[in-house]
Design a protein around this ligand. Structure first.
Ligand code: SF4
Length: 445
């Protein structure tokens, strides 16, 4: 069970020295209890208290790094049931299955699809994160052969080795030394040998069970064998069962601090029907899966799943925003048009994309409105005539352009007169309301 604020307070030095940034030890204890502070902030806490508090203040879902290097993904570390309570911390990873029964050409094609899956959306790089190599043949040599190919052609991509044969696992894991792979397939019959194999390669152990009771006994067994980093599969394969089991696991971890279920969950969504597979993956993204296994990389499927994942794992209290500045699009000359918009990421990327599409070199003045879109910022009093005039004056744009024409979004046409009043010598032109009309608008100028 998690400790209360008062229980935590009893273990702190009680000197109220403020080194942790809080006015009293009690205030710090309350923040620790709410998981809004880290124990590291108190330099004077005793080793004994650290041990007790460290366990109590650890995230209820164990944080695990899967893979190594630039493409490593963090799993778990979640502290809430619902995104609006705080935020979801580590986005789920998408993995694509490669069966060791596949022809080499098909293996290479899937690897190519994974490597080419990355897209840029509102400034974030989104991709299929991992490859799951499954020992569908049951032949250790086939698993080893595909593992070798993946290690050579997809270096750096986090890997899951899926087998129930610990001997086969050892040969395959040899290709991913120090790469923090997942060894998936530990069950009631093989958990000792699988835990040993995972331990030899510092791999994360993937535990698979037929239901939650069995899963609990398996995670407890793994822990008794010294294996702490686990991902868990409670066994459901249909959407309803996945949602039900994932929800029970998350509730037990968050609400009861039940350590035996406090691990990232892996979900298997593979289907012959891509649409059905996507819907099952959607259930996993929305309801607590940390790794979701797909059968293939398909552009439309990736785009839908990436977008959903990005939305769910965005901090709802912090709008996504870009830096306030004058962005040059193409190679603008002093005569090139000057447009203005707000710094909400989606607004910026859509508007700048359409300006690029126009092929008219331009300047885009992006004004800090705390990440709000144009109309919201205007309604909130953050995108007003006086603030726009002040920004244009302070940005030094008058030294960069030879004209004095500012194009404002059509939705705030009402501001044009007031901006002209405040920006002496400037002409304000009302641009399109919708970004997709920007190319025609710019070309007509
Ligand atoms: S740094 Fe430690 S001792 Fe000082 S006020 Fe914070 S919790 Fe108390």
């Amino acid at each position: 069970m998690a400790l209360t604020g008062v229980e935590i307070f009893k273990l702190l030095p009680k000197t109220n020295c403020k080194k942790c940034g809080h006015p009293t030890c009690l205030a710090f204890a309350m923040k620790l209890a709410q998981r809004q502070a880290s124990l590291d902030a108190c330099p004077d806490v005793s080793e004994d208290a650290k041990k007790l508090l460290g366990e109590a203040s650890a995230p209820p879902v164990r944080p695990i790094t899967f893979g190594a290097g630039d493409k490593a993904v963090k799993l778990g570390e979640e502290t809430v049931l619902f995104r609006h309570e705080k935020k979801f911390v580590n986005p789920c990873a998408f993995a694509v299955e490669i069966k060791d029964t596949s022809r080499e050409a098909d293996v290479l094609k899937t690897i190519e699809d994974v490597l080419g899956s990355e897209i840029d959306r509102v400034g974030q790089k989104l991709r299929v994160d991992a490859i799951l190599i499954s020992n569908a043949s049951g032949d250790p040599k086939a698993l080893e052969s595909v593992s070798r190919l993946v290690s050579e052609k997809a270096a750096g991509v986090p890997v899951i080795i899926s087998t129930t044969d610990a001997g086969a696992a050892v040969s395959a894991l040899g290709y991913f030394k120090d790469k923090r792979p997942v060894l998936f397939g530990a069950n009631a019959n093989n958990i000792e040998s699988m835990a040993k194999a995972a331990g030899s390669f510092k791999a994360i152990l993937g535990v698979t069970a037929n239901g939650l009771d069995e899963l609990i006994s398996l995670t407890e067994k793994a822990k008794s064998l010294g294996t702490e980093d686990l991902v868990v599969d409670p066994g459901a394969r249909k959407a309803g069962g996945i949602i039900e089991q994932n929800t029970i696991i998350r509730r037990a971890a968050i609400k009861k601090n039940f350590k035996s279920l406090g691990y990232p969950v892996i979900t298997f969504a593979q289907r012959d029907d891509n649409m059905l597979e996507s819907l099952i993956a959607v259930a996993g993204v929305a309801k607590y899966s940390s790794i979701i296994v797909l059968s293939s990389v398909t552009k439309w499927k990736s785009l839908a799943l990436f977008t959903l994942r990005q939305n769910i794992y965005t901090d709802p209290q912090v709008p996504m925003q870009v830096e306030q500045k004058i962005y040059k699009i193409g190679e603008p000359t002093p005569e090139s048009p000057l447009m203005i918009t707000t710094n909400f990421s989606l607004t910026y990327f859509i508007v700048s994309g359409e300006v690029e599409n126009s092929r008219v070199p331009s300047r885009l003045a992006v004004m800090d409105c705390e990440g709000l879109s144009v109309l919201t910022a205007w309604a909130a009093g953050k995108f007003t005539a006086s603030k726009i005039a002040q920004f244009i004056k302070e940005a030094g744009i008058e030294n960069e352009v030879s004209h004095r024409e500012l194009i404002i979004p059509g939705y705030v046409a009402i501001l044009s007169g007031a901006i002209e009043d405040k920006l002496e010598g400037w002409k304000v032109t009302v641009g399109p309301r919708e970004a997709n009309a920007i190319p025609a608008f710019l070309k007509s100028k």
